[in-house]
Ligand binder design. Structure first.
Ligand code: PGA
Length: 218
């Protein structure tokens, strides 16, 4: 059985209190070993979440939704990969919302990847299509077509398979996930495709019950 990644991207939702309440609901569950669950949350929630996960032995990994392209230094407002690495194992890098709202170029995104690698954070590298440049060393890619994000209109499993296959054929990427309006109802359509190794879930990950259903149905 192939390993599946079920990644939550909470974006700018949830206070630290709401984040730990969500974890309280999830802690009753154990996930089969072939499913790796990673929750990417705001920096403000990560310390409380890490404490909760460590204390309660919850089998969920933590990620950030971004990482600074700079190291420590005079970069007011930035959180460096070294700082993030105290709390997380993964980081989403190059999400379309960052590229579009914060003018992140392929160059900046590649610098972020470098910083993540330097501090042993595994990037979940977002591509918006087959042509998005993928930096060397990336293992996990998330294909997230912009038209499908937050619209309730996911891409088709066949398209996701086509892109995932193309990426694996042309890069040394190990896993390709699909992201964009994934729900409990459509998740299996994606995860059953041979080249698709999991999903990146935004809106439907905010409710612990809906997210649980997604993990179970994947
Ligand atoms: P969505 O977001 O599930 O709300 O469409 C997905 C994403 O941002 O990758």
């Amino acid at each position: 059985m192939k390993k599946l990644f079920i990644v939550a991207n909470w974006k700018s939702y949830k206070t630290a209190q709401e984040a730990t309440d969500w974890l309280s609901e999830m802690k009753k569950l154990s996930f089969p070993e072939d499913k790796e669950v990673i929750v990417c949350a705001s920096f403000t929630s990560l310390p409380a979440m890490k404490t909760f996960i460590d204390t309660n032995n919850v089998s969920i990994k933590l990620g950030t939704e971004d990482v600074s392209p700079f190291g420590e230094g005079a970069y007011t407002g930035e959180i460096s990969a070294e700082q993030a690495a105290e709390f997380v194992t993964h980081a989403i890098v190059g999400h379309s919302e960052r590229r579009n709202n914060f003018a992140e170029t392929d160059q900046v995104v590649a610098e972020k990847v470098e910083m993540a690698f330097k501090f042993n954070i595994t990037p979940i590298f977002c591509v918006q299509g087959k042509d998005t440049p993928i930096p060397k060393g990336i293992e996990i890619v998330a294909y997230e077509p912009v038209f499908a994000i937050g619209t309730g209109h996911p891409d088709t499993p066949d398209d996701a398979e086509d892109v995932a296959k193309y990426i694996k054929a042309n890069h040394e990427v190990k896993y390709v996930l699909y992201g964009g309006s994934v729900t409990a109802d459509d998740v299996h359509g994606f995860t059953q495709m041979p080249s698709v190794d999991g999903v990146l879930v935004g809106g439907a990950s905010l409710d612990p019950h809906k997210f649980t259903q997604i993990i179970q149905n994947a």
